[in-house]
Each structure stands twice: as structure tokens, then as C-alpha cells.
Design a protein around this ligand. Sequence first.
Ligand SMILES: Cc1ncc(C[n+]2csc(CCOP(=O)(O)OP(=O)(O)O)c2C)c(N)n1
Length: 281
Amino acid sequence: MKTIRELELAAMNIRIQLLTLCNKEVIHIGGDLSVTDVMTVLWQYQMKYDPQNITDESRDRFILSKGHASAVTSFNQASVGCFSAQDVIDEYAKDQGRFSMHSCNLVNPYVEVSTGSLGHGMPVACGVAAGLRLKGNYTSRVYTVMGDGEQSEGSIWEAAANAVRYRLGNLIAIVDNNGLEADGRIDEVTGLGNIADKYRAFGWNTVEIDGNNVTEIVRAFDELPSADSYLPTCIVAHTIKGKGVSFMEDQIRWHAGKISDEQLVACIADLRANYESKWSI
Ligand SMILES: Cc1ncc(C[n+]2csc(CCOP(=O)(O)OP(=O)(O)O)c2C)c(N)n1
């Protein structure tokens, strides 16, 4: 099991891989970077998943509802042995490649469900969680990661109501609450208000954390109710879009984009310096 320091190093490495790819292709870099810490802890600490046995009924399931965060998902899958990070860099957005701008299970068997059209992953996760229960599986969890802009899709709230109705304590929904969507601030575009309060009102066990703080993310996962319990959990992860790259942080312009060779060198130097100063290396 990785320590906090090892997880922070892993998250830094995922950011470097994302930026390396972002130097070659346009990727959804802002929302990849905001959710990097959550995804790293989820894949490299929390989830029960064996890449050698991907149809194992006892595995945890992961469904990326904000399907445009495919790059950060692929690099984390690489980190647990599904393929290599270099495979992702070489094949991303290429004809015949396994990795695309949205997660696709037709070409990548480690993707449980193709996503990209917002508002679909969460309802599917809800159905998968109900299906596991119907099959008598009370040990696996279903994790889904959503965007905060995505919360404006009505299907999210149909699923939120049904998860409580069907007592799906095996469903863990994480909202990457970075405050920005593709073309504006959430408050201006959707006017959704406090997302955590909404999940509470629907009857969910709701936890709010700093989603760019690895210690808080680990604690939230450690404190999850057991998989055979009956209240679904929503983790509202307060994050910064573009986290870790100073010129991208909280900038709508960096919802998606590509960086130059010079920017790549500077970003990597910054990430390394931040990690080293935190851990006094
Ligand atoms: C149904 C649907 N409508 C619109 C889009 C286009 N789109 C892609 S990403 C995005 C913004 C999503 O914002 P958010 O959920 O907050 O994601 P994040 O900012 O974390 O990347 C939009 C509108 C889409 N993929 N699906």
C-alpha cells in the first residue's frame, strides 16, 4: 500500500505524463489536472482491480462519467499495469489507437463503459451497482467520477434519487468540483448552487474534501461505509481546474489545449520543485 508521500509522487508523475501528452495532442488538460489527485488515490490506493483478470466478478468497477478526462484515466490505468504510459502517449487520438479524447471500451478493454456524452456515466454506474446487488455481490464497489458542470444534466438527478431508493451503499460518486466547465464558471452557466447540499437533500452520505489534498482524499476513502451498506456516498472534491500548472490554474482557456516545448520544460520543472520543497528533498 502506497504512503501519502508515494501517492503525491505518483500524482506528480501522472501530471508530467499528462503534460508530455499535451505537448503532442490537444487534451482536456484542465479537467485532467483538477482530478489527478483523486484519480491517483483511487487507482493506486483504493480500488480493487487486477489488470490480469479484468472480468473478475469481485473487482471494483470504475465508470468515468466526465468522459473527457480520458487521459488522466489512461495514465492511471497504465500505472497499475494495464499497459504502459508510453502506449498512451504514442496511441492517443491516433487511428487504430486504444486511447481517445473520450473513454471508449470498443478499443480499450480496461474501460468498463464508453462515456463522453455528459450525464450518462453516473446513471450507468447506478445500474451496475444495482446489478451487483441483484447478483448477490455485496463486496464490490462502483466508483464514478463526474464534473460539476455535468451536474446540470437531468439524468444525474434521476440516478441520484434512484441510488437512494435502491439503497446502493456500494455506489461512490465523486464530483470534481473545480468551479469551471467548458465555457464559463459553474455558477454563471448552471446556477446549481451548493452541490453537496443537493446530494444531502437527496439522502446521500455526503463528504466534502479538498480534492487536491492527497491526505484528505485517502481519509475520505478510508472512512467509506462498508460496501454492503445502504447509503450511497457522494464525495464532493473541491479542486482547482489546471491544478499544478500556474498559468492554467482556474483558467477557462485551459479546458482543453496543447502546450509548447518551452512550456513543457517549465511545467515539469515547477512540478518537481513543488514536490521537492514540500518533502524537503
Ligand atoms: C451532453 C454533453 N453536452 C455537452 C458536452 C460538451 N462538453 C464537454 S466537456 C464540457 C464541460 C464539462 O464541465 P465539467 O463537467 O465541469 O468538467 P470539467 O470542467 O471538470 O472538465 C462540455 C459542456 C458533452 N460532452 N456532453
